[in-house]
Each structure stands twice: as C-alpha cells, then as structure tokens.
Design a protein around this ligand. Structure first.
Ligand SMILES: Cc1cc2nc3c(=O)[nH]c(=O)nc-3n(C[C@H](O)[C@H](O)[C@H](O)COP(=O)(O)OP(=O)(O)OC[C@H]3O[C@@H](n4cnc5c(N)ncnc54)[C@H](O)[C@@H]3O)c2cc1C
Length: 552
C-alpha cells in the first residue's frame, strides 16, 4: 500500500518548493509529500489518488490563486476525502480573511507565511493534525468491522459505544452490503447472532455487550488499587477536567464512566466556543486530547463501568458498581451530568435505536446519506446536530414548538442554518406520533392546533429537555426539586441540611451535603451547561479535595 499523502497547493513555485522541502525533512518516512501548482491541478491529483485507492491525510493550500481559490479547493476536497485535514496558507495581511474562511468553510487551521522556524511554526501544527487524522482513519483492509442491521437497537448500541470511545470501525449493513453474507457464512454466524464484531485476526464477537467489546480490546475494567484519594464518577468535561488536575497534583485518581469519555460534549460534531480552538473542535477530538492528557498525568480510567450507589463509612466512601464490586476512596466527585428526556410522542420509545436517536447524530449521520431526517429541539445541541446531518442527508428538518430559534440557539448557529440549503426550519410544530414497522418510517406533525399531517421520514434525532443523572446518589446527597445536586452555600437554606451536616465548618464551594463528596458540571444545581464551565468546575473541585483532605 502507498504512503498516505500530504498535498501542498500553491501557484508560487518558490513557496511550493519551500513548503514541500520543509515537510519532506520531517515527514517523508511515513508520508508522500505531493505538490500542485493550481486548484485545478490539485483536484486532478485528488481524483487520481482516489482512483488508486490512496489515502489523503492533509491538504495545505494557498488562498490567492488564479482559477479555483484555496477555500473552494479545500471545501471540494472534502467530497472525496472527508477525513483529510484542511489547512489554508495565507499571507500575514490576509489573516482576517483566513479566520472568516475557517468559520465559513469549517477548515481545520491556517498557516501564515513565512512559517520559520518550521520547528515552532509548522511542525507542531502538522503533527497535531496528523494525530487527529490517524485517530479517525482506518485503512480499507484493516481494523474492526461491525456487521448488523441498520434498524437494530443492539447494532446502534455497539456503534454508539465504538464511536463514543473513539475506536475506528467499519460499519457493514447486511441489507445493503452484498459481501457481508459471505463473511457471516465463513464464520458460521446466523441472523439471530447479529450484530457481529469482526477483529483483524478474523475472530468475531456475536451480539456482544459493550463491556465484552472493551474486554476483548484489552481495556482495563478493574481498579488497580484498594484505596483512592479521588474517585470521579462520569468522564464528561467536568470529570476529565478533574482527572487532569487530580492526577497532575499527585492524587491517586480513578475516573469511571458507564458509556464513554467525553459525555455530552463528546457527541458534539463541532464545539465553536471552547477557548483555544479558533476553528472549533469536534467533541471526539477534544475528548481524545483530554483522555490522553489525563492518562499521561497518571489518572486511571475504567470504561464502561456504571456506578449504581455510594455509601459512607467512617470518612471513607464506598462506590458500588453495577456488577456488585466496590471501590473505596477518601473523596468522591459526582460528574454524571444529564441526558435528554425521552420524546413523549406515541411510538417514539418503540423505535428507539431503530430510527429514533438521542444525541447520537455523529455516530449515525453517515447511515442516513441521501435520506430525510428530522431534528427535534431548538437548542445549540440540536443546531449542531442539524449542521452535521446536513453534510450527509438529503433534507434535514428542524422541528421546534416555539415560533423561532432566536431565544434558544446561538446566533452563529442560526446564521449557519440559514445559509444551509438542505436544512428546513419548521416552527410552531410538534411531533404528534411516530410510526413504522421494525423501524421508523413516518412522523405525524401538528402545526398549532391543526390536524396531524403524516410524512415519510427516515430518522428522528431528539434534543429536547434534560434530566440530571443523579439516581445513583443516596438521599443524603441533597438535591433541588428537579433532581440537580446542591453544593456549597446553596445548601445553607435547605432545612434538611441543618439536620444532617455535623461539621463545624460550612461546606466548601463544590462540596455536597456529605463531607468529602463533591459535584461538578451539569449535575449541579445552577450549573452553566457549558463545556468550559464544566471543565473549570472539575479543576476547582480538585482544589477543594485538597482542602478537605488537609482537614481530615
Ligand atoms: C450535542 C451537544 C452539543 C453541545 N455543544 C456545546 C458547545 O458547543 N459549547 C458548550 O459550551 N457546551 C455545549 N454542550 C453542553 C456541554 O456538552 C455540557 O454542558 C457538558 O458536556 C457537561 O459536562 P459534564 O461533565 O458536567 O457532564 P456530561 O457531559 O453529561 O458527562 C457526564 C458523564 O457521566 C457519565 N455517567 C452518567 N451516569 C453515570 C453512572 N451512573 N456511572 C458512571 N458514569 C455515568 C455519562 O456517560 C457521561 O459520560 C453541548 C451538549 C450537547 C449534548
């Protein structure tokens, strides 16, 4: 197989030669550095690479060229190579235009000329982009293959688990891919044993649970120590933030998640407002970086492990796992966030995972290429999902009860949606019913008090109301009327708090009504529901963990 390609495009022969020379110096062992003198040449090269079955890792293009301009070329390169990273090469005076292009064309980066010294200005950027590309890229003949039915909730659960845990795999739908039957016959796998997960060595798991997949992939599922300083329940942004700070500050730190690291943010196709990522960052990419950072600093992470309870014993906390095992810790951080409410329309629960999905737009979007999908909800998460789905689906309808998105969605997303021709906004509309046989086929919409109108729809992605994931906490951890955990001074006005709190001090800012038990992120009453605030609270919680440990 040929080396993956880094394609450089510039109409200035000297600049082109200089970029190629610098890239060759560092990357020639593993990548072929290919040049093109115009946008047209570059598109011809991309077509040739595709025809040969070669991989394209990065396209770096000058913006100002006669004929096809850089941004247009980079946008068009995505049609053939959606995973390739796209970088605009610009003069210093063009940086404003480059930032605008990044926002509009969703490019990954810009590099300003000159990029000297390359060790500081070029290689760190390219190294980072290659890391991201490598994490998502799967060579044709390699890696995991998941064979199943598109409409099977079990297939959806494994897809969601693999995608959430950033494990690259190839999805093969038995109904659409003619080669799958041969693969199943050769392994003696019957229709009632689907989905089947095939490994590189030819072995397969039949209708596995996520935990069996994790075991087979050699992921740790048991705690390495008998006692921890800090156990963090939930590996969303708050939990990951706490793991990075806890481990880096010398606490014996264990992070547990029942599904996948990244939490809600991990399911986002593009987070545009997180500090330090001017071109936005996908939830998957942010998660991959955070997990690598936490583990490098020494945090232990077990996934998928569900926590179903916690009890308190002479200052120690006993965290109970759903398989009955216990983990003992001196302090605990609850960071289990929240999840979407189920859609109340008749038929929605029967089709869950079979055309009705909750927050799973990134995992399922490719399966709905060329089809009609509905996004229910008017918040930022719904807007991001609609934008992501619009890259695959023929038509995306956003359905909201209100008369506009103005009060619920950020302006930058509203502007993007308005500019996207295959997204249609249906205001003052509700989903009255969901219909189909073994999968979702039709949805009944009502506008105002009018008659329900039934339309054919292939999938419905639901992003409505949220509920805190706090059922696993005992009653001693006080919550507000909606179930969100109370912390710090918010506790002081709770009558129950006065009866149970026996310390001579007030609770610390993120401490719950049980000493040494902390809460951070969306699980907390009056949380800000942002990635940055969740990460910040995770980091702050570690400071209070130190204070608590110093007191005991
Ligand atoms: C699609 C989408 C897009 C978004 N986009 C943005 C954005 O652009 N900008 C922004 O600032 N915010 C955005 N948000 C909001 C942001 O993602 C959340 O505010 C943030 O993720 C909250 O982090 P958290 O760690 O508190 O909780 P969560 O992210 O909810 O993570 C909680 C974790 O706990 C785990 N868990 C739950 N129960 C248990 C249990 N019993 N045992 C073990 N583990 C458990 C879950 O599996 C999950 O991984 C978005 C949210 C969504 C859904």
């Amino acid at each position: 197989m040929n080396k993956p390609v880094i394609l450089v495009v510039d109409d200035d022969a000297q600049v082109l030669a200089a970029v190629r020379r610098d890239l060759r110096t560092r990357y020639r062992e593993s990548y072929a550095i290919v040049g093109a003198a115009s946008g047209e040449d570059a598109l011809a090269t991309i077509r040739e690479l595709k025809a040969r079955g070669d991989s394209l890792a990065i396209v770096i293009s000058d913006q100002r060229m006669p004929g096809i301009q850089g941004t247009e070329l980079l946008t068009r390169s995505r049609e053939s190579y959606p995973l390739a990273r796209r970088v605009l090469l610009t003069a210093y005076s063009d940086i404003d235009a480059a930032v605008k292009a990044i926002n509009e064309a969703h490019l990954d980066h810009y590099l300003s000329k000159p990029w000297t010294p390359p060790e500081d200005c070029l290689y760190p950027v390219i190294d980072d982009l290659l890391d991201v590309w490598q994490a998502e890229y799967l060579p044709e003949a390699k890696g995991l293959r998941l064979v199943g039915h598109q409409w099977s909730p079990r297939s959806h659960a494994i897809k969601d688990f693999l995608a959430g845990n950033l494990i690259p795999y190839r999805w093969l739908d038995v109904a659409r891919d003619p080669d799958t039957q041969g693969l199943l016959d050769a392994a003696g796998i019957g229709p009632d044993e689907l989905p089947a997960l095939f490994f590189e060595d030819g072995s397969a798991l039949r209708s596995p649970e996520p935990r069996q997949v994790a075991e087979r992939l050699g992921r740790p599922l048991s705690a390495a120590h008998d006692l921890y300083d800090l156990v963090i329940v939930g590996a969303g942004p708050a939990g990951l933030g706490a793991a990075v700070y806890g481990a880096s500050e010398g606490l014996k730190t264990l992070l547990l998640d029942r599904h996948a690291p990244g939490g809600q943010a991990g399911t986002s196709s593009r987070i545009e407002n997180y500090l330090g990522f001017p071109a936005g960052v996908s939830g998957g990419d942010l998660t991959r970086r955070a997990v690598a950072q936490a583990q490098r600093l020494g945090a232990e992470m077990l996934v998928p492990i569900e926590v179903c309870g916690v009890s308190f014993d002479a200052g120690y906390k006993r965290v109970t796992l759903s398989d009955g095992r216990e983990i003992i810790t001196r302090t605990m951080l609850g960071a289990t966030g929240m999840s979407y409410r189920e859609h109340p329309a008749p038929g929605a629960s029967e089709h869950m995972g079979a055309g009705v999905y909750y927050g799973a737009a990134t995992a399922e979007a490719p399966a709905f290429a060329g089809q009609r999908v509905v996004v229910v909800g008017g918040g930022n998460s719904a807007g991001q999902a609609a934008m992501h789905l619009s890259r695959y689906a023929q038509e995306v309808q956003i359905v909201v009860r209100r008369d506009s998105l103005r009060h619920t969605m950020s302006q930058y997303l509203i502007a993007q949606i308005e500019k996207t021709s295959n997204i249609r906004l249906r205001t003052s509309t509700e989903i009255a019913r969901v219909e189909g046989n073994d999968h979702l086929e039709r949805v009944a919409f009502t506008v105002g008090v009018g008659e329900a109108r039934v339309e054919e729809v292939d999938a419905m992605f639901v992003f409505i109301g949220t509920r805190p994931l706090t059922d696993w906490l005992p009653a001693a951890v006080l919550r507000d009327s909606k179930g969100f955990v109370l912390t710090g001074r918010d506790l002081l006005i709770e009558p129950a708090f006065g009866r149970t709190w026996k310390e001579s001090r007030e609770p610390l800012l993120l401490e719950t009504s049980v000493p040494g038990v902390f809460a951070a992120g969306d699980i907390r009453a009056s949380a800000m529901n942002r990635v940055a605030s969740a990460v910040g609270e995770g980091a702050m919680a570690v400071r209070f963990v130190h204070e608590y440990l110093a007191l005991t």
